[in-house]
Design a protein around this ligand. Structure first.
Ligand code: ATP
Length: 292
């Protein structure tokens, strides 16, 4: 029987780079929020030992290179599971956008397989294994709103954003996460008062202060690779959006849409520039099972 799961994207309310670690990764302090922009995973248990991952999107690999394959192969070996799984991925999250699409799929697939293979692993066990797949995969096991530290794998639940509409603006080009981090210069910011203030403001559900405190230390690196990236930010601010920040390592930008007119204008004007606008709202979890 085919079961359908929805894997939600994320964006970062703030992303502070604290320094470079001896293992080559950057030490982060970031706050992730799940949003209802999503991929769809159709999962079916198979009798044989194979894992079959199909995705029709041209920028996303099928088979062994897909993060879903890597996640399921690891879980299957670790759990001693003999059955296989077929997963068909329908992308709604644009790739190379900084919205965590591949990681969301991997986290969701781990949770789906845990259920469909009847493994009974706890969320902390799944998070531990997820950290071996990628730094931000542990977030997607529970999703919702979390503060993530270390490489991003040390997660801590925090209050979810209040209901709000966010515009996500994606140019036709993507940015590779590794290329953006390679451009980060030293003399990095500290977690600073901004992130502490932000945490307090979200706890109080004071959205306007949250908007003022949003930042992303990766913006200069992304703009060094693609100077046009700055045009997107300026355009969004000019339309009246607030809290405009780069989504993760880009190439998408995220900003709060203060009213429906701004969303309509954004959609109308973005096309002429070759950009795509998605509208999304915060959700309190990383994935759900659906029967639609
Ligand atoms: P990150 O998760 O590092 O922030 P991102 O959000 O910018 O990355 P992704 O959507 O994860 O972007 O895509 C990054 C690359 O990962 C893609 O170009 C693709 O080659 C590869 N990839 C592997 N598996 C998947 C998947 N299931 N969905 C999307 N991309 C995948």
């Amino acid at each position: 029987m085919v079961r359908t799961f929805i894997a939600y994207a994320k964006f970062n309310l703030y992303l502070a780079i604290l320094g470079r670690r001896p293992d080559g990764f950057h030490e982060l302090d970031t706050r992730l929020q799940s949003i209802d922009l999503a991929d769809r995973l159709e999962c079916e248990v198979t009798g044989g030992p194979d894992l079959e991952i199909d995705c029709a999107a041209p920028e996303v690999p099928s088979g062994k290179e897909n993060l879903v394959y890597q996640a399921l192969a690891r879980l299957r070996t670790r759990a001693g599971e003999r059955r296989g799984m077929r997963v068909v991925i329908e992308k709604g999250i644009p790739p190379q956008a900084g919205l965590g699409g591949g990681s969301a799929d991997a986290g969701c697939a781990l949770c789906a397989a845990n259920e469909l293979w009847g493994l009974g692993w706890s969320p902390p066990d799944l998070e531990q294994l997820a950290g071996e797949i990628g730094s931000d995969v542990p977030f997607f096991i529970r999703g919702g709103a979390q503060r993530c530290r270390g490489r991003g794998e040390r997660t801590e639940p925090v209050p979810c954003l209040p209901p709000s509409t966010w515009a996500i603006v994606k140019p036709p080009w993507g940015l590779a996460t590794s290329a953006v981090y390679a451009r980060v210069r030293s003399g990095l910011t500290s977690p600073g008062p901004e992130s502490r203030m932000l945490l307090g403001n979200i706890a109080k559900r004071d959205l306007s202060s949250v908007l003022r405190a949003m930042f992303n230390d990766l913006e200069p690196a992304a703009m060094a690779i693609r100077p046009e990236a700055g045009e997107i930010k300026a355009w969004m601010l000019g339309l009246g959006m607030a809290g405009v920040v780069l989504a993760g390592s880009g190439s998408a930008w995220v900003g709060l849409c203060p009213d429906p007119d701004v969303a309509v204008r954004a959609r109308r004007e973005a096309g002429a520039r070759g950009w795509t606008v998605f509208l999304a709202a915060p959700v309190p979890r990383g994935w759900i099972e659906t029967n639609r």
